[in-house]
Design a protein around this ligand. Structure first.
Ligand code: HEM
Length: 174
């Protein structure tokens, strides 16, 4: 089943969920790790890798968002405000991170390429003040994003293990 229905996540939603999860956890880890390294060619090679995967993450989240708007979202077992707010907040973070990253790089005068194969067109002219603002947003939002992901995982485990409503199971097996 490719599409979602009222009770189940379809294959496309499940695949993109887990791909995004791996991509984002990897990007958060790499981002924190590389930002603390002393300047060296290796550090900037890691920056290149982070930027490339970051642009790919933006592609994925855009696709997932369009897909989500095109298909039904399965019902939540409870209609608590927190459960209903979690998806929009996570989407906001998933968009804010790559957009602030792109803005920081281009406004800082650094081109953004995907693994050196394709360089993105310049959407934002050099603007050091904007670059600094985007850098601050990227840093703070990254930390908030980590807290949100931890909450998301705890909520999934709480539903699965305590409430036993198979919320995690349906994202794994459909
Ligand atoms: C979902 C996507 C992304 C996530 C989760 C993410 C996460 C992070 C995190 C956690 C940091 C460390 C911030 C700090 O502690 O200062 C970081 C740094 C960085 N990110 Fe991203 N990032 C993403 C996308 C991007 C994109 C698309 C670009 C550029 C095209 C980018 C460029 C950078 C750069 C240049 C740094 C180093 C900043 C510095 O030197 O302090 N990121 N990222």
């Amino acid at each position: 089943m490719l599409r979602n229905d009222q009770q189940h996540w379809g294959l496309i939603s499940r695949l993109t969920h887990w791909l995004m999860a791996i991509l984002i956890v990897g990007l958060l880890y790499l981002g924190l790790y590389m930002a603390d390294l002393p300047d060296s060619p290796d550090k900037f090679a890691l920056y290149g890798l982070h930027k490339s995967f970051g642009v790919i993450a933006l592609g994925f989240v855009t696709f997932r968002l369009i897909w989500r708007l095109m298909t039904i979202t399965p019902d939540l077992p409870d209609q608590l405000l927190l459960s209903r707010l979690s998806a929009p907040i996570l989407y906001l973070a998933m968009i804010m991170m790559p957009v602030s990253g792109l803005t920081m790089s281009q406004a800082g005068g650094h081109p953004v390429s995907i693994f050196g194969w394709y360089t993105l067109p310049t959407l934002i002219d050099k603007n050091p003040a904007l670059g600094k603002l985007a850098w601050q947003i990227h840093g703070y939002a990254g930390k908030i994003f980590i807290a949100l992901i931890c909450l998301h995982i705890l909520a999934a485990l709480y539903h699965q293990l305590i409430l036993k409503n198979n919320l995690l199971g349906r994202m794994i097996k459909g």
